[in-house]
Design a binder for this molecule. Structure first.
Ligand code: G3P
Length: 217
């Protein structure tokens, strides 16, 4: 499973890239707005940190304006992906953009039928928001399972990005389902390393070595 970082913060992206775990980046207008920097500037820097796809979201809600913004964003870097909202005008724009060979990540997906619409129109990626579904008492990961089944039934190549991932369990469940990608905040990625028995085991190994007087080399 690929790991994307869901952030507008380039320092976070650099840290994950240094771990060798950065397969791509997703941004959204809220994440970018927090950074107090230019949108294009952030996206360009992300594109230089990872060779993987970097999603940059359009702000328009009408198909022709979505297409115009997508054309602009697409010129920014080789690995930039255009994020479009899962609304009728977004799906209409997707039809045109996919036909032009522009890779789109269809965002704000909350139902399996929405995901089917995106796949039918050639979305490169679909982003089901699992955490926001959990927030309203609906099982977000069940949506991922349903999308995975539908895409397998028909051989769609649209990759599933498990988005709005808030916990390590979301990442584990995504991997168990066989989702292509999980995009997660830095805080979630950092937690994937943690296990108290790892820390305890390492402390005792180091203490025993210290007492022994042994040396490497
Ligand atoms: O980038 C889209 C998605 O991952 C947002 O997550 O935590 O704001 O629901 P969240």
């Amino acid at each position: 499973m690929k790991f994307f970082l869901d952030t507008g913060n380039v320092e976070e992206a650099r840290k994950v890239a240094a771990w060798g775990l950065l397969d791509g980046v997703t941004t959204n207008p809220s994440l970018v707005a927090k950074e107090k920097r230019g949108f294009k500037e952030i996206v360009l820097e992300m594109c230089s940190i990872t060779p993987g796809p970097v999603s940059a979201e359009v702000i328009a809600v009408e198909a022709s304006a979505i297409i115009d913004q997508a054309h602009e964003i697409r010129t920014w870097a080789e690995n930039v992906i255009v994020k479009v909202p899962l609304i009728p005008e977004g799906i209409k724009a997707l039809h045109v953009l996919s036909g032009e060979g522009i890779k789109c990540n269809v965002t704000l997906c909350f139902s399996p039928l929405q995901a089917l619409l995106a796949a039918k129109n050639g979305a490169a990626y679909i982003s089901p928001f699992v955490g926001r579904l959990d927030d309203v008492g609906t099982d977000g990961m069940q949506l991922v399972e349903e999308i995975h089944t539908i895409y397998q039934n028909y051989g769609y190549t649209t990759e599933i990005i498990v988005a709005s991932a808030r916990t390590s369990m979301h990442v584990l469940q995504a991997a168990m389902i066989g989702a292509d990608i999980t995009t997660m905040p830095f805080a979630v990625m950092e937690k994937l390393f943690n296990h108290p028995l790892t820390d305890k085991g390492l402390s005792s190994f180091l203490a025993d070595w210290e007492k022994s007087g042994l040396k490497i080399g």
